[in-house]
Ligand binder design. Structure first.
Ligand code: B4P
Length: 191
């Protein structure tokens, strides 16, 4: 089993690259952003709580996310591998993930950090906002999300550098070229 984290600032292409990874490797995919958006759409209590944070460009509190993630992880059976997309986003989430995986005798094999400049992130998300209908794809919220990434999420990089499984990936260029870089890194860690 291979456990992969796809990491990066908002708009760096985590969701885009995850789709290609699922197709190529048949891994299970856990996207905390997708789960939260589904909860919001279904108007659940969790969705109602989460939407306030998401609309403001803030992170949903760790306790909510960790419980949600653990539930999802426990539904997986005979997995070939798992892609963690958009999780962990804080060092507390990273520490909780380590403990959860330990219970299943598993660990993170590789953490892929998609590196993209801020202006490119803003351009991509504004473009997505033209059609996505997402409440967080507007300039004010995008700027907030990037600043939250810098203060609360980027320390996760050092967590995985210390774990010895960090890999920086140039996240600009064509989607296929970025995917080749990612696949190469995963294939190396599988062998
Ligand atoms: P997410 O759903 O994780 O989304 P994201 O960071 O906006 O986007 P991603 O990086 O996946 O970008 P994409 O591939 O779509 O999070 C949303 C919110 O949920 C967070 O702000 C937070 O509030 C909450 N949340 C989620 N997880 C949480 C957690 N663990 N803890 C707390 N809160 C959490 O790419 C963006 C755009 O760029 C697309 O339009 C795409 O087509 C385009 N694109 C991709 N690659 C490109 C390329 N190479 N060139 C040009 N354009 C490209």
């Amino acid at each position: 089993m291979v456990n992969v984290i796809i990491f990066g600032p908002p708009g760096s292409g985590k969701g885009t690259q995850s789709e290609k990874l699922i197709e190529k490797y048949n891994f299970d995919h856990i996207s905390t952003g997708d789960i939260l958006r589904a909860e919001i759409k279904a108007e659940t209590d969790l969705g109602k709580k989460a939407s306030q944070f998401i609309n403001n460009g803030e992170l949903v509190p760790d306790n909510i996310i960790i419980e949600m993630l653990e539930k999802k992880l426990n539904t997986l059976n005979n997995s070939k591998g798992v892609i963690f997309d958009g999780f962990p986003r804080t060092t507390d989430q990273a520490a909780a993930l380590k403990e959860m995986l330990k219970k299943h005798n598993e660990k993170i094999d590789i953490m892929l950090n998609l590196e993209v400049e801020n202006q490119e992130l803003i351009d991509r998300l504004l473009k997505r906002g033209e059609t996505s209908g997402r409440s967080d794809d507007n300039l004010e919220t995008i700027k907030k999300r990037i600043s939250v990434y810098e203060s609360q999420t980027s320390p996760v990089i050092d967590f995985y550098k210390n774990e010895g499984c960090y890999r920086g990936i140039k996240g600009v260029g064509s989607i296929d070229d970025i995917f080749s870089r990612i696949s190469e890194a995963i294939d190396k860690c599988q062998n």
